[in-house]
Design a protein around this ligand. Structure first.
Ligand code: NAI
Length: 378
């Protein structure tokens, strides 16, 4: 294979894409609006790539490229294991969401998304609001995650929290022999949109709930709403509990926190919980069951993908129910092969994509191909 180098002699873009067989990386710039955007289409075997657009002041282009590629790959795996017929993609806009937003920037981005012809469907992510998405939508229909009054599925956090709650029950069954959460001590880190939507389920189950959040106002408000014990943010890792549920930021499971954990289960919605793949092995070594984040938190993606067929909540919820079955299969695979659940999930996602690629090799005649032969037979 020919290896190409950049001017500085660094590894080329193609070398970044090749090891994971990632399909497409597109750079867009629009000087008048100061838009600098990158779209990564990781894999479209299962269908068009879906994934939000993130706006972040990346210090270097390299960091933006690595982030968009990593996030797009996670979307591929998430869609594959959620049983969706969508691929994985992601976009990043290099800029400060507090300073650099404008109508022209998002309209320019919308036109660029449209130019991809539906290979990539965008949505909200960190730094992007529904209002921004509505501007993008003025230029392209390849947008999802809209509010209910525009025919969308609305806030995804309810769907995400439902999947997390059901996922906790799967792991409780594995560890405690019953899927009831009654009496279990559950630490919820982050009571934002998802963490807050999770609490009514836990209260109804009769769990003993501990919460924390870096936003003191939020913590105070939520503690008035539900019967919970409040913890300081730094105290959550060392506390003895039955389930630790990260619902705040990523990389929360790392060299420092994993040795401190005193729980048999980690199950929460936060994206990219493992700082590095090796941390899946560290958890396994400590006999801590880890619910792979992109599986247990796929309720939100299921909701926004349902919207692309004309939103139907019962249909979306039926699909969310299947998250439990997938987690059960991941546990079985992990036990059979002796691998961490994080590795089991990756393997199962790759397998579905590989099998579907094989299926797509079956020749299916098009109408045009069949028509002349029919004439001949007549
Ligand atoms: P959010 O921004 O509404 O809530 C996050 C909460 O975590 C905030 O209240 C924030 O103050 C708190 N927080 C931040 N750093 C913290 C820390 N160090 N310690 C304690 N609390 C901290 O976000 P949302 O939508 O609830 O998402 C939570 C996580 O779930 C994120 O990682 C997100 O990427 C992920 N996720 C969300 C989905 C959704 O449907 N909203 C779907 C899939 C994943």
């Amino acid at each position: 294979m020919v290896t190409t180098k950049t001017n500085e002699g660094k590894i080329s873009i193609f070398d970044q894409l090749a090891p994971l067989d990632q399909e497409q990386l597109t750079f867009f710039q629009h000087a008048p609006s100061r838009l600098k955007a990158i779209v990564a289409i990781d894999n479209t075997t299962l269908g068009p790539a879906v994934g939000g657009v993130r706006m972040f002041p990346y210090p270097t282009e390299r960091e933006a490229i690595l982030d968009v590629l990593r996030l797009a790959r996670a979307m591929t795996y998430k869609a594959a294991l959620a049983g969706l017929n969508f691929g994985g993609g992601k976009a990043v806009i290099i800029g400060d969401p507090r300073r650099d937003k404008s109508e022209e920037l998002f309209r320019a981005f919308g036109r660029f998304v449209h130019s991809l012809g539906g290979r990539y469907i965008t949505s909200t992510d960190v730094g992007i609001t529904i209002d921004d998405l509505l501007i993008i939508r003025q230029e392209t229909p390849f947008v999802t995650g809209l509010p209910v009054d525009l025919g969308g599925g609305g806030d995804t956090s309810v769907a995400t929290a439902t999947g997390v709650w059901k996922g906790m029950k799967v792991f409780a069954k594995e560890v405690f022999g019953t899927d009831s959460l009654s009496g279990l001590r559950i630490v919820v880190q982050g009571v934002g949109k998802v963490g807050h939507s999770l609490l009514p389920h836990l209260v109804e189950e009769g769990a003993k709930i501990y919460i924390t959040d870096s936003d003191e106002e939020r913590l105070k408000a939520v503690s008035k709403e539900f019967p919970v014990t409040v913890l300081l943010p730094d105290a959550v890792f060392g506390i003895e509990c039955d389930i630790f549920s990260p619902n705040a930021m990523g990389a929360v499971l790392n060299d420092e926190t994993i040795p401190a954990l005193r729980c048999p289960i980690v199950a929460g919605a936060a994206n990219n919980q493992l700082a590095e793949p090796k941390h899946g092995y560290m958890l396994q070594k400590r006999n801590i069951w880890y619910a792979p984040d992109y599986v247990i938190n796929s309720g939100g993606l299921i909701n926004v993908c349902d919207e692309l067929q004309g939103y139907c909540q019962p249909r979306a919820w039926r699909q969310i129910e299947k998250i439990s079955e997938t987690l059960t299969r991941i546990i079985a695979f992990s036990k059979e092969k002796g691998v961490p659940t994080s590795e089991a999930a990756d393997w199962m996602a790759q397998k579905r994509i590989k099998i579907m690629r094989e299926v797509q090799r079956i020749y299916v005649p098009t109408a045009a191909a069949v028509a002349p032969q029919n004439k001949g037979l007549g």
